[in-house]
Design a protein around this ligand. Structure first.
Ligand code: ADP
Ligand code: MG
Length: 729
């Protein structure tokens, strides 16, 4: 029992839950204590500065130099009083991780005196040495300067910097010297602004008091936990974030009986710990104490404005990784760490709410409000229908590719689930014949609208297999990957809905100019939109083969590979859409496409290398050793004349040889395919080659390795097995 696997197992088995004490008795005593929020600002800023900055936060207005200086001063005083020694602009480059570059508050004057300084200029803008971040060709090295700029709409916060002190983190955008976005946040803010304008414009037809619409997001984050020692005993987890080998127990098999049930104490301690830390940072977490798959868990915050929610999600992911260290866990955010077991997603719960406090996707019992609800609902459906491929592109990544379209995962086909009641309501709306208004008629009654609301409350028929589901008062985009920055999805979703709402406004205005009655004109337009887009509605089992066939009959796209999905960004209609909506210009979209492709290639390349390495240096060598043992046993049996008894052993030896030689052949062919791919100068071609010729070997090699795992003596097998990885006490 000398192998690495057993040492790791022994360590993991001896762990105990790490005790966690609450920071204070009541949550309200510590919620948000590490954020420079409105409350803190009100206390520390002059009334004038406070008004100006809240205005800037609420309406996106500019902040002048003097106010910035005052805010910087207040921030510094607040941060240093809480133990901060450094500050940083905190941003989200296109690598997918968060980035920071710490500067000390501390400075030396010309007289050699130590002072603490933080000016408005440093708050507003920074120039990180960020030439190593991906830019997709946007910045040439000779002008390798980008800068980060403060986003006042997301509060600054304090993070432990690991060395005892804290760092003041200032949420920021990251743009190139020539003004192009190099991050997720910049186009996101623009998309949210576009949505605000478009949705407000439409809202005005219903209520003149609607002057602002805020998109809201509640991301449910799924993840796996693995013991740290076991994690490090799996080079594939360390290098690629997922297991490239491992015989998976058949679906619904003993794992479920064994490991489902209450949360193990160590996991519980971890959850409680990161919840406390998150709440200190003002992240409104509500952990779900339920397991989805063995070893898999979920955390969901209460929804917030999209930009803030995404910052919080990114921060939460960082935090979970840090806190996990204290509990000797590793958090796996990968979309598909284990074959044969549920993957992880990040369900993007999304809606729109008005300054008047109305959730625009929330059904109402009043006919007039119902028409408004149906208007936004149908426009979202049409937007998703018309731009389904772009939504698919927004969730494309190497990790999610293992999940989408795979057996036990949402399909790569974008479809919408509405529920029976709502579908019927829209069907009724469509099939209603012309309505001639007569004096005294209740227009809503005639339109059938006043019959809808009472039925709407029944939304029990929730469908868990739909990638885009209406769940009572919001849409839930479930196909997004667990490791993704939700911005990709939110940029696309908010842009396409904004664009659609603009079109609706134009259509409606034209009819009103023609003297048509408003309610009738609206219903007429919605009927048409619904008829045009209803083929995207699907109520059945999205994971079934029948749906794949049915979707094809309906002419819906089913884009399986990441390079193909990403290519949608470059279509002229996509480029024009982003430009028209003021979200991204052509070169910004093109550079994003390049970066995503590069990321994809790199990930598949790493997986392929890890696979080759494990196959040759761990699996085959173990198989040969075991084979040698078998040969000795067979020989011994033959020596004493037990030929019949030696026969099955000889059979086993042959079987092992068969697998070993297949693995070797395929691993070598995979290396050749990689070489061939690497020689391609064009990124698109290279990515496609990785997606097909290289990746095609993954399942083939895995099949044989997993067979060997079943044959070879458990004592000799070098890789921590699934049942061990997924078992946490
Ligand atoms: P589920 O059945 O999917 O678990 P929940 O009601 O628990 O549904 O909500 C899941 C997520 O949806 C939570 O993060 C919640 O805050 C979020 N959510 C609820 N209402 C909205 C909304 N109007 N806009 C965005 N997200 C919302
Ligand atoms: Mg959900």
């Amino acid at each position: 029992m000398s192998n690495h696997r057993f040492k790791a197992l022994e360590i993991a088995q001896n762990r105990r839950a790490v005790p966690v004490a609450p920071p204070a008795e009541r949550v309200s005593d510590f919620f948000g204590i590490y954020t420079f929020n409105k409350e803190t600002m009100r206390a520390l800023l002059s009334p004038e500065a406070y008004i100006r900055i809240t205005e800037a936060i609420d309406t996106g207005g500019k902040i002048d130099r003097e106010i910035a200086d005052e805010v910087a001063n207040a921030m510094k005083a607040w941060a240093t009083s809480k133990g901060a020694t450094h500050y940083t602009h905190w941003f989200q480059p296109l690598t997918g991780e968060t980035a920071e570059k710490h500067d000390a508050f501390f400075d030396i004057t010309v007289e050699g005196k130590a002072i603490e300084k933080f000016k408005g200029s440093a708050l507003v803008q920074q120039e990180p040495d960020a030439s190593s971040f991906p830019n997709g060709g946007l910045r040439n090295t000779f002008e390798a300067r980008g800068y980060t700029g403060w986003d006042p709409s997301s509060p600054a916060f304090l993070m432990d910097n690991g060395a005892g002190g804290k760092t003041l983190c200032i949420p920021s955008v990251f743009i190139s010297y020539t003004g192009e976005a190099l991050d997720y946040k910049t186009p996101l803010l623009k998309a949210l602004n576009a949505l605000d304008k478009a949705a407000t414009g439409v809202g005005q037809f219903f209520d003149r008091n609607i002057s602002k619409v805020t998109a809201t997001l509640g991301p449910e984050q799924e993840y796996f936990l693995v013991d740290k020692a076991l994690f490090y005993a799996r080079p594939d987890l360390v290098m690629a974030g997922r297991t490239v080998f491992g015989h998976s127990p058949a679906r619904g098999q003993q794992l479920e009986d064994h490991y489902f049930g209450s949360i193990p104490p160590r996991v519980n301690a971890f959850m409680v710990d990161f919840e406390f830390e998150a709440m200190k940072l003002g992240i409104p977490v509500r952990t779900r104490h339920n397991e989805v798959a063995p070893g898999q868990f979920e955390v969901a915050p209460t929804f917030e404005e999209v930009n803030l929610s995404i910052d919080h999600n990114a921060l939460l992911m960082d935090l979970m990784e840090k806190v996990a260290e204290r509990h000797d866990f590793k958090v796996l955010f990968h979309e598909k760490p284990f074959a044969g077991i549920n993957g992880s997603g990040k369900h993007n719960n999304w809606s729109m709410s008005t300054n008047t406090g109305v959730n625009l996707l929330g059904p109402s019992s009043k006919p007039k409000e119902t028409l408004r609800f149906i208007t936004y609902l149908v426009n979202v459906i049409k937007a998703v229908h018309d731009n389904a491929d772009l939504l698919r592109a927004s969730i494309a990544s190497a990790g999610n590719e293992h999940r989408l379209g795979a057996n036990e995962a949402p399909p790569a086909i974008v479809s919408i689930f509405l529920g029976e009641t709502l579908t019927k309501a829209l069907e009724d709306l469509e099939t209603k014949s012309e309505i001639s208004l007569q004096k005294g008629d209740n227009v809503y009654y005639k339109l059938g609208i006043n019959r809808i609301p009472s039925l709407l409350r029944d939304n029990t028929d929730r469908n868990r297999t739909s990638p885009f589901a209406f769940t009572g008062n919001k849409f839930e985009f479930r196909a997004a990957g667990s490791s993704a920055n939700s911005s990709s999805t939110m940029i696309v979703l908010n842009t396409i809905v904004a664009d659609q709402l603009n079109k609706f406004r134009v259509d409606l205005s034209a009819r009103l100019d023609n003297g048509e009655k408003k309610e009738l004109a609206i219903v007429d337009i919605l009927k048409q939109y619904y008829a045009d887009s209803k083929r995207i509605l699907f109520e059945g089992n999205g994971y079934s083969d029948e749906w794949v066939a049915e979707a094809a009959r309906r002419g819906l796209s089913n884009i399986a590979s990441t390079p193909d999905a990403l290519a949608v960004y470059l279509k002229p209609e996509s480029l024009m859409l982003f430009e028209r909506m003021g979200v991204m210009n052509h070169s910004e979209v093109e550079s994003r496409y390049e970066i995503e492709l590069e990321k994809y290639i790199k990930k598949v390349q790493i997986e392929s290398r890890v696979m080759g390495d494990l196959a040759m240096n761990h699996v085959i060598s173990t198989a040969l050793k075991y084979q040698n043992n078998l040969a000795q046993t067979a020989k011994a049996l033959l020596d004493i004349g037990l030929e019949e008894e030696a026969a099955p052993i000889k059979e086993l030896i042959r079987e092992i040889s068969k697998y070993v030689s297949a693995i070797k052949t395929h691993a070598e062919a995979m290396i050749e395919a990689r070489k061939e791919a690497n020689n391609l100068a064009d990124t698109t071609e290279r990515a496609k080659m990785y997606a097909t010729k290289v990746k095609d070997f993954f399942d083939v090699i895995r099949y044989d390795v997993d067979k060997l795992e079943l044959i070879i003596d458990d004592e000799d097998w070098p890789l921590v097995k699934y049942r061990e990885l997924l078992f946490v006490k």
